[in-house]
Write a protein that binds this ligand. Structure first.
Ligand SMILES: C[S@@+](CC[C@H](N)C(=O)[O-])C[C@H]1O[C@@H](n2cnc3c(N)ncnc32)[C@H](O)[C@@H]1O
Length: 314
């Protein structure tokens, strides 16, 4: 049975946005949480973890988006999104690339933005209202359990996340099914390997050297069974293209890098937030030393990251 028992996506409008419900011409709206669906421990843990950093995403948004905005733009180009289209943004966080897509599809189009975290969606909703966008609906949903009707969307976007799922293949097959024939799926995932995300790598390595950190510390991460291109082809997508993009995160200081990690990353928030002031000071000192190569003459820090952007068609 579909998660959203509705003939069209219009029946899943966020109940707290009556104006939006009217815009889509629906009287009824509901939350999937209220449908007595069993919610797994995994999904609950993910929701709580991401809720805990939602405010941090808002705080650091200018930093995040000054690097990540170009990735949204490229995904939208690759997906060839046009005015009037129906777009799904999976795991939208505080609303991107959903809001960029909503501006592009215009009043004749519509965007559904999903996320597992209520906290993230609350901020996304406020950003949409502040931008005067009335063609985007926000839906709390686990990406692994999305079940929109076949052919519901002209394009599906997913900026950072598919590789975090326990079974990305099943989800990719489900995404393809939700597309219209010829519709496109564009995604971004971090490149594998030690140089793709230097801040996360150095920060974890410092944590591993100082604390009784997670068991994964000493091991190289297991490489994925398939490359991103292979995953998309395996799920049945055609015209698959994958390209690498470099985006730079800029911070005022190395101390800001520690604050950023504690504010936006559920992993580092869990690792660092209960440490003593002395431990945190030592952590900052060691991370600053590890990041020396990225510090510029004025003390600010510029860290390049490599993401893969991919597109495939149904
Ligand atoms: C790295 S953030 C990316 C957010 C947004 N796409 C962006 O690029 O700014 C990951 C997002 O995925 C969401 N998320 C994590 N697990 C999820 C799941 N199983 N289903 C749906 N959303 C999930 C989190 O709540 C968070 O908002």
């Amino acid at each position: 049975m579909p998660l959203f028992a509705a003939d069209t996506i219009t029946a899943i409008i966020d109940c707290r946005q009556p104006a939006l419900a009217r815009h889509f011409g629906v009287a009824e709206c509901r939350w999937w949480k209220e449908r007595d669906e069993p919610v797994s421990d995994r999904a609950d843990a993910q929701r709580l973890a991401w809720d805990s950093v939602a405010a941090g995403w808002q705080k650091w948004w200018p930093t995040i988006e000054s690097g990540a905005g170009s990735v949204s733009d490229r995904m939208i180009e690759l997906a060839e999104i046009e005015p009037g289209q129906r777009v799904l943004d999976i795991a939208t966080g505080i609303g991107e690339p959903a809001l960029v897509a909503a501006r592009l599809v215009g009043p004749a189009g519509r965007v559904v933005a999903t996320d597992i975290s209520t906290g993230m969606l609350d901020i996304a909703r406020k950003r949409a209202l502040a931008s005067g966008l009335t063609n985007v609906a926000f839906v709390e949903a686990d990406a692994a359990r999305l079940d929109f009707h076949e052919g519901s969307f002209d394009a599906v976007l997913w900026r950072w996340g598919p590789t975090d799922l326990s079974n990305p293949s099943n989800t990719l097959v489900a995404i393809r099914r939700m597309l219209t024939p010829g519709g496109s799926f564009a995604t971004a995932v971090w490149q594998a390997g030690p140089d793709a995300r230097p801040l996360a790598r150095h920060a974890m390595s410092v944590a591993c050297g100082m604390f009784d950190a997670p068991s994964g510390c000493a091991q190289e991460p297991t490489p994925p069974e398939r490359s991103l291109e292979q995953e998309l082809l395996h799920a049945g997508f055609s015209e698959v293209r994958v390209e690498a993009m470099t985006l730079t995160l800029a911070f005022a200081s190395t101390d800001d890098c520690t604050r950023y990690l504690m504010d936006v990353s559920p992993v580092f928030a869990a690792l660092l937030s209960d440490r003593s002031p002395g431990q945190l000071a030592e952590y900052r000192r060691r991370l600053a030393a590890a990041l020396r190569q990225y510090v510029t003459a004025d003390g600010s820090v510029r860290i390049p990251n490599v993401t893969l952007c991919a597109v495939g068609r149904r």
